[in-house]
Write a protein that binds this ligand. Structure first.
Ligand SMILES: Cc1cc2nc3c(=O)[nH]c(=O)nc-3n(C[C@H](O)[C@H](O)[C@H](O)COP(=O)(O)OP(=O)(O)OC[C@H]3O[C@@H](n4cnc5c(N)ncnc54)[C@H](O)[C@@H]3O)c2cc1C
Length: 321
């Protein structure tokens, strides 16, 4: 295979994961992003970053990317330097149901007596799924890219066509900014307020997407616990609100009786924007500039970036082989 000179735009989980796959496949890789060397983008850095099963009927590739990503993250969980741990996950339900992944995901089961609050008649339980601490994982990925020969530079890209002609391939991992760089009108933000608290011995993931504490979410990382969330579609201001912090703490305590989360336990409160795309369709496709150079779009990962990007990286390596 002939190694290509590739420019990856973006240093979030999309840019770094894709860059690592490409550099390991023998390509010469440069990453450009708006952040300075020691900074990482707010979206990727503040994510819960848990793996959950995802499948979107309109794009069957997503389920495959999700499975391939599980396999790689599970391997990484064996190395404490990656920030990946395996956790039990409880997806709380308001009625008994069989999920689409029952029978496909070996670690799936329903809860045992006493495992969840009696506010919920059922839950979809994964006995072991990866949870990624982005504050450890992104620097780890970046080090891997650099150790394999990749270069990282701070640059604000105005247009894809304006990127230097020495790059024969441009991979656009610009997240929400794909609205501008790819001119994609289907990309929009969902704003989340999330709260980080001190560790308190709780070591699971529990969330309620539909019930009495809707949008409450507890994600136990190794060194802290992330709680969420307050959700607003298509709003981009990033100031946090104390009333939402208190509401998040309250909903999490209600969701898991006995869970300790007081105002004094809070380490930080953040707002971050999830890069959504109409129809939950992640954009992964190969196109070309007018001068014939290859462009690979890789954006719009919604709440699935950490769940899919290793599989997407494998697919992109395939485009260039
Ligand atoms: C609170 C929260 C919780 C989440 N939880 C989960 C979860 O549990 N599981 C999961 O899978 N996903 C989760 N997500 C979603 C996940 O975080 C995103 O899908 C993922 O981080 C998107 O990564 P990205 O690299 O595409 O974007 P970003 O992290 O936004 O990175 C974009 C990059 O592009 C660069 N860029 C943009 N424009 C330009 C330009 N013009 N020139 C140069 N560089 C540019 C930026 O500088 C940045 O480096 C969550 C998100 C949030 C906010």
């Amino acid at each position: 295979m002939n190694g290509k000179n590739v420019l990856v735009i973006g240093r979030g989980v999309a840019g770094l994961t894709t860059a690592l796959k490409l550099v390991n496949a023998g390509h010469k890789v440069t990453i450009w992003s708006k952040e300075a060397d020691d900074q990482f983008p707010r979206t990727s850095y503040n994510a819960y970053a848990m793996w959950v099963p995802v499948a979107i009927g309109a794009d069957p590739r997503i389920e495959r990317w999700n499975n391939e990503t599980f396999t790689e993250l599970e391997k990484r969980a064996a190395d404490p330097d990656t920030g990946v741990v395996m956790r039990q996950v409880f997806i709380l339900k308001t009625a008994h149901s069989e999920p689409w992944f029952a029978g496909k995901f070996a670690g799936f089961r329903h809860p045992k007596a006493g495992e969840i609050s009696d506010q919920y008649p059922d839950a979809h339980v994964l006995d072991k799924a990866p949870v990624v601490d982005p504050t450890v994982y992104l620097p780890w990925l970046q080090k891997q890219v650099q150790a394999a020969g990749g270069t990282i530079e701070q640059h604000d890209v105005t247009t894809l066509a304006g990127c230097p002609s020495k790059y024969s391939v441009i991979v656009n991992c610009s997240g929400l900014e794909a609205r501008t760089l790819a001119g994609d009108k289907g990309v929009f933000p969902s704003r989340l307020q999330v709260v980080t608290i001190k560790p308190n011995g709780f070591d699971k993931v529990v969330f309620d997407d539909e019930g009495p504490n809707k949008r409450a979410c507890i994600v136990a990382h190794r060194d802290y616990i992330k709680l969420g969330a307050v959700f607003d579609e298509r709003i981009e201001t990033l100031e946090t609100e104390e009333k939402h912090t208190l509401d998040i703490l309250e909903r999490c305590r209600r969701m898991v009786p006995g869970f300790k989360a007081d105002r004094d336990d809070v380490i930080s409160v953040t707002r971050a924007l999830r890069p959504e795309r109409e129809g939950w369709l992640i954009c992964v496709e190969q196109t070309a500039l007018d001068d014939g150079r290859t462009v690979i779009q890789n954006y719009g990962h919604d709440g699935m970036g950490f769940c899919t990007l290793d599989g997407i990286g494998n697919e992109i390596v395939g485009y260039l082989s």
